[in-house]
Write a protein that binds this ligand. Structure first.
Ligand code: CTP
Ligand code: CA
Length: 220
């Protein structure tokens, strides 16, 4: 493109994202979940819309409004999230796994409310599918971006996840630097190495992530 006309970074692109926590039922009134405000994912969805993308936000339970122009598919459990993602991904250019997916779910949710007995209660957990790894392993996968929120050894764990799940890009952060707050400090990992971004408000971090992934996207 020559001159003043700059097409938007994600014009004509379809982006599918996961957001928020998942909720894994124990019985009709209880469950286990992860702490995730959804702020980073929703901010990233907004940044993708502003960059010209069509955005599908497959979201676990969060207390946030749907970003203008994005389409939200509300889910609760990891299994529901997986179903919604696999339905939305065909034809998409980018998949971004931002959700804090519960790694385990109760092996069997009780049909009725569990009554207390005073004795110890053990709940057997079974592993959930890895949604991001599954999308990245599809025959013709979209450009897959993962998130790695770690409490230590960020570089080792984030780059380890990128390699293990065969992702072109991972956004890493130390949980003490981001969880629940309005600012975030992240490091981007890709084939070329690590790219630390300055600590900034989440909307600004989101725009930087979009610019980075857009530059790595194959031409369409
Ligand atoms: N993820 C996913 N499905 C899962 C677990 C994780 O899609 N069942 C995605 C997350 O959305 C994130 C990335 O994988 O983009 C990394 O998640 P994370 O929990 O940090 O890593 P895990 O692979 O689950 O490893 P661990 O929790 O042991 O650190
Ligand atoms: Ca996990």
């Amino acid at each position: 493109v020559i001159g003043f006309f700059q097409p938007k970074l994600l014009a004509g692109r379809r982006v599918v994202m996961t957001a928020g926590p998942t909720f894994e039922p124990i019985d009709p009134v209880r469950g286990i979940t992860n702490s995730s405000s959804g702020k980073m994912a929703y901010g990233l969805a907004r940044a993708c819309v502003q960059a010209g993308a069509e955005v599908v936000l497959v979201s676990g339970p969060v207390a946030l409004p749907v970003p203008m122009g994005a389409h939200r598919v509300s889910v609760r459990s990891a299994l529901e999230m997986r179903e919604a993602v696999l339905a939305a991904v065909p034809g998409s250019d980018v998949f971004i796994g931002v959700a804090a997916v519960a790694d385990y779910r109760p092996a069997a949710a009780a049909e009725h409310k569990i009554k207390k007995s005073g004795a110890e209660l053990a709940i057997t957990l079974t592993p959930n599918p890895d949604i991001l790894a599954e999308v990245a392993a599809l025959p013709n996968p979209p450009f897959c971006v993962g998130f790695a929120a770690e409490s230590r050894n960020l570089d080792e764990y984030a780059e380890g996840k990128r390699k293990a799940k065969k992702l072109p890009m991972v956004v890493g952060n130390l949980v003490q630097d981001g969880l629940g707050g309005d600012d975030n400090q992240v490091v981007l990992f890709d084939e070329a190495g690590r790219h630390p971004l300055p600590k900034a408000p989440k909307p600004e971090v989101a725009r930087s992530i979009v610019a980075h992934l857009a530059a790595l996207l194959p031409r369409n």
